[in-house]
Design a protein around this ligand. Structure first.
Ligand SMILES: C[S@@+](CC[C@H](N)C(=O)[O-])C[C@H]1O[C@@H](n2cnc3c(N)ncnc32)[C@H](O)[C@@H]1O
Length: 221
């Protein structure tokens, strides 16, 4: 089968606990697959934010609990992370999270709809080896893809703990006109995710990018 996008992740089942396994059976109750579904759900909330590659979902859960008037869409392909998220949704009775359990580019490949007030990508897979660089998620093509689904002045937050990925992200932002640098203090997020903690323990620094979509940037296309 020909893949539409070069995988930006290693699709691993991971070790799935019994609890995650039974939570995963409930995935259809929480999942969304079509952009239209997200669009109509988002109309019931004040705002709609997306987190791409939520991992163990600690940031998504933290943000959803603290902002019940915002709808959070979480995208992840890692099954044990999705199971952990569903267990938390049930235990903490969280109402405002929906899951897109696939490569996020399959969502952005659908009909364009302006939905998101914010998008976060915390520590995307770094693909540090030279021969794997083309698998990195964030490049000019990806920024071009996502901005079409963001509202004017929507916030975009990206972090990475790999210096040469940070350089690549910075170059991608320099090549496009539809995002402006924005104030980091506008970003609401958990202090550190699992991958951010690991990076710091291993002596790496976290590079952060906070941008805002330009007003009327569609006209620049
Ligand atoms: C390095 S982990 C970081 C997880 C979490 N954000 C954290 O900071 O702990 C990157 C995650 O992004 C997910 N991912 C990578 N490419 C993705 C894509 N195209 N769509 C959705 N998730 C993706 C991976 O499955 C992985 O769990």
């Amino acid at each position: 089968m020909q893949l539409k996008f070069l995988p930006s992740f290693v699709k691993r089942r991971g070790r799935i606990t019994k609890k995650q396994e039974s939570s995963l059976k409930l995935l259809p109750n929480y999942s969304v697959s079509k952009i239209d579904e997200i669009y109509s759900e988002s109309k019931k909330y004040k705002m709609c934010n997306l987190e791409i590659g939520f991992g163990n979902a600690e940031n998504l859960i933290y943000e959803a609990i603290n902002n019940p008037s915002i709808l959070f869409i979480g995208s992840e392909v890692y099954l044990s992370g999705i199971g952990t998220l569903i267990s938390n949704i049930k235990e903490k009775q969280i109402q405002n999270i929906r899951i897109f359990p696939e490569d996020i580019r399959l969502l952005f490949d659908q009909e364009e709809k302006i939905i998101f007030n914010g998008i976060k990508i915390i520590c995307p897979d770094p693909w540090p080896k030279d021969r794997h660089r083309k698998r990195r998620l964030i490049d000019e093509f990806f920024l071009n893809m996502i901005h079409k689904f963001m509202k004017d002045k929507a916030q975009l937050y990206i972090s990475t703990d790999w210096e040469n990925y940070a350089h690549q992200i910075s170059c991608a932002f320099n090549k496009i006109d539809f995002f402006n640098k924005s104030n980091k203090n506008l970003i609401n997020k958990i202090e550190l995710t699992k991958f951010e903690k690991r990076a710091i323990n291993e002596g790496r620094k976290i590079f952060e990018f906070t941008y805002e979509k330009n007003l009327n940037s569609e006209e620049l296309l």
